[in-house]
Design a protein around this ligand. Structure first.
Ligand code: SF4
Length: 699
């Protein structure tokens, strides 16, 4: 067997590390971090480097299967029969219940090209806009919030930019666990002297680790982010720390004056909001001064570069979109957007969540974040695709569930997402799925969602296909096919087969042809091609005739994408999810380094030796009150459900708050999370659930 190597991109997190894959024939021998990979520069973490064996794990399903009822056993069938059955069921449902009675979910694990094809299938072959993506449950508030304030939904910087930061503000993110290679880059900068502010209910590793101590840890109560960001803004406005010249030149005057008047109100001061956030006012004042001015010993005359990095601890709240806008306000008010070392940077969770959003996976947007109601954009797609498009936005995932329970949504095509394990309030999700007449799941494993499926189409791992992923810094990198698809087809080919069976022809011979179509129809991708990516290593969108050949490293340099930056008033509204005598603690959730999301991949690798269960972190005071010792089994009950975990007694979490991860289906963290969601985007409020915790016998 010939020895050779290929360049590809990690299929785990949104850092998007490049790898040189050492191969023997079609067998992967080693994944070596690629020294020329711009996102990682030769570094990698334990997931990307070692946890790729899932791709050929014995649990892979390689034969299509169908069944009439979800209580029936699966029956292995040919591709032709499975695709034919799915297509005829979808058409039957539409004939009986209308065009809008079916829809689909795209995957942030799949490539840009595959995501583009799924949304095209739904808009062109299904004939509706009932398409959504798992970004609904993570960064949809980023899309809304940054779109409203800056004009586009993406991080403003490259990862490298952090090397120029003087002050780093981390909000609701745990970079060393969830984005490890970028977390290391941030730590290097902190060790070199940058100042650090962390806003998080939990003491994440960055707060206190060897050689790094956060200058401020604002350990707020879950659900009070907006009160905190407004209090920080209050200090900046009332203590005269605004960047007046920047605001006058770059931002809308009217929206700024309205925002300034709002944040200056006494009720938004750190003293007035301390009751809500639980954080001492002097800490909030100190952190605001540090963010706006830098350290007192900072060399005079040099502008302070303050950068914000945030994660799902910002977005997964009832006020997730409001908080994103609050962050955007703060950066504009201090002139911290548009150059190296500053900016507003959402740390994207999944390898291609940025790409799945870019590719038109939302029910209201065509690729490139253009509203479906815009007749000019629609006309371009109609001409290219040869079908009329519906100008009305379709259903979001939670609306699909509601419509299913109401009897008007009966068919779902779900590609590469385990909605049963990853969406909130599992009982609600399973009831909705069980009420549908045709659920088609396309995945590499028989996941939890497949238990409710009528058709199972085997998916393909990142090793079995060509394509591209887009990381959290808008960097588009190549995914290279290393082996033949185990089930015979790559995901993009399966979508194409389904489309053809539905009567809407797709005849792509290679993903490169799909990217050519994307580039032709999406101005921000107009300069993207496989040839260029392979020649330059990667490109960053926007990438077109108006940008450098490799695209755009820093966004909003001379002006915001929307023109002038827009300030938005961020009124704090207490979440519905309140503690009571029955549910006296607040549960929040997060991730650990060795596991990844619902764990479908990492649980099937040696990484499980490091971490083989989800645990509940509880403060010693709360543990003592309940007679819970470290390692004891505890029952966790919320208004939505009940689950059982082992306890870790730790001061990393504050009294009154408990914390768990969500990597193992048996612990069922989402059995207890509620239906509460972001007012603008329906992103679930995973980060705040009122619970009771009591000792139980070992299950
Ligand atoms: Fe993969 Fe993220 Fe780890 Fe890089 S940091 S190797 S992209 S999981």
């Amino acid at each position: 067997q010939s020895e050779h190597s290929e360049i590809t991109t990690c299929a785990y997190c949104g850092v998007g590390c490049g790898f040189k894959v050492e191969m023997k024939g079609e067998q992967v021998v080693r994944m070596v971090p690629w020294k020329d990979g711009k996102a990682n520069e030769g570094h990698a973490c334990v997931k990307g480097r070692f946890a790729w064996g899932y791709a050929t794990h014995k649990d892979r399903i390689t034969q299509p299967m169908i069944r009439a009822k979800i209580s029936d056993p699966w029956r292995e069938v040919s591709w032709e029969e499975a695709i034919g059955h799915a297509a005829s069921e979808f058409r039957r449902i539409q004939a009986q219940h209308g065009k809008d009675s079916i829809g689909g979910i795209t995957s942030s694990r799949c490539t840009n090209e595959e995501t583009y094809l799924v949304q095209k299938l739904i808009r062109a072959a299904f004939g509706n806009n009932n398409v959504d993506t798992c970004a609904r449950v993570c960064h949809s508030p980023t899309g809304y919030g940054l779109g409203q304030t800056y004009g586009t939904s993406a991080g403003t910087q490259t990862f490298k930019s952090v090397e120029q930061s003087d002050v780093i503000l981390v909000i609701g993110a745990n970079p060393t666990a969830a984005h490890p290679v970028f977390g290391s880059r941030m730590k290097k900068r902190l060790r070199a002297g940058a100042k650090l502010i962390v806003i998080d209910p939990r003491e994440i590793e960055l707060v206190s680790s060897p050689h790094i101590q956060a200058d401020y840890h604002l350990q707020l109560r879950p659900g009070t982010n907006v009160a905190m960001i407004t209090a920080l803004a209050h200090v900046i406005v009332t203590e005269g720390l605004l960047s007046d010249g920047y605001i006058a030149e770059r931002c809308e005057a009217k929206s700024f004056l309205q925002w300034k008047e709002f944040v200056a109100r006494p009720e938004n001061s750190p003293e007035a909001t301390a009751e809500i956030t639980g954080v001492a006012p002097d800490l909030v004042r100190g952190a605001a001064r540090l963010y706006a001015l830098g350290a007192h010993d900072h060399p005079a005359g040099k502008p302070v570069n303050a950068a914000i990095y945030y994660g799902l601890g910002v977005t997964e709240h009832a006020q997730g979109s409001t908080m994103v806008m609050g962050i955007a306000n703060l950066a504009m008010a201090t002139g911290n957007v548009g150059r190296e070392g500053v900016g507003v940077n959402p740390l994207r969770g999944q390898n291609n969540v940025q790409g799945s959003c870019d590719m038109g996976s939302f029910p209201h947007e065509l690729p490139g974040y253009r509203h479906i109601s815009d007749s000019t954009t629609r006309a371009e797609f109609e001409a290219a695709w040869g079908v009329p498009l519906n100008p009305e936005p379709g259903l979001r995932i939670p609306n699909m569930f509601e419509a299913a329970l109401g009897g008007s949504f009966l068919g779902l095509y779900c590609e590469g997402e385990d909605i049963v394990q990853s969406d909130p309030n599992t009982q609600h999700v399973t009831a909705a799925l069980a009420s549908m007449e045709c659920v088609v799941v396309q995945d590499i494993f028989l996941n939890e969602t497949a238990k409710y499926a009528h058709v199972f189409l085997p998916g393909s791992s990142f090793m079995e296909k060509d394509g591209t992923f887009t990381n959290a810094e808008r960097r588009i990198s190549r995914v290279t096919q290393l082996m033949q698809p185990l089930a015979g087809y790559a995901d993009w080919e399966v979508t194409q087969l389904l489309s053809n069976a539905l009567g809407y022809p797709m005849n792509y011979g290679h993903p490169q042809e799909i990217m050519t179509e994307i580039a032709a129809l999406t101005p921000t991708f107009a300069g993207v091609s496989y040839e260029k990516i392979e020649r330059l290593g990667s490109v960053q969108w926007p990438c077109n005739e108006a940008t450098e050949e490799a695209g755009t490293d820093i966004m909003h340099k001379d002006q915001f994408v929307r023109g002038k930056g827009r300030f938005i008033i961020t009124q704090y509204v207490a979440t519905e999810e309140k503690v009571t005598q029955r549910f006296p603690l607040l549960l929040t959730t997060g991730r650990i380094l060795s596991q990844y999301n619902v764990g479908a991949q990492t649980r099937r690798t040696a990484n499980s030796h490091w971490h083989s269960e989800d645990r509940l972190e509880i403060h010693p005071h709360d543990a003592e009150d309940r007679g819970v010792r470290d390692g004891d089994w505890v029952g966790i009950e919320s208004r939505a459900g009940h689950t059982v975990l082992r306890a870790t007694v730790t001061e990393r979490i504050q009294p009154g708050v408990v914390y768990t991860t969500f990597h193992f289906p048996e612990s069922g963290a989402n059995v207890i999370t509620t239906d509460s969601s972001d007012w603008a985007t329906n992103c679930p409020e995973y980060k705040v659930t009122a619970v009771q915790v009591l000792p139980v016998a070992q299950p």
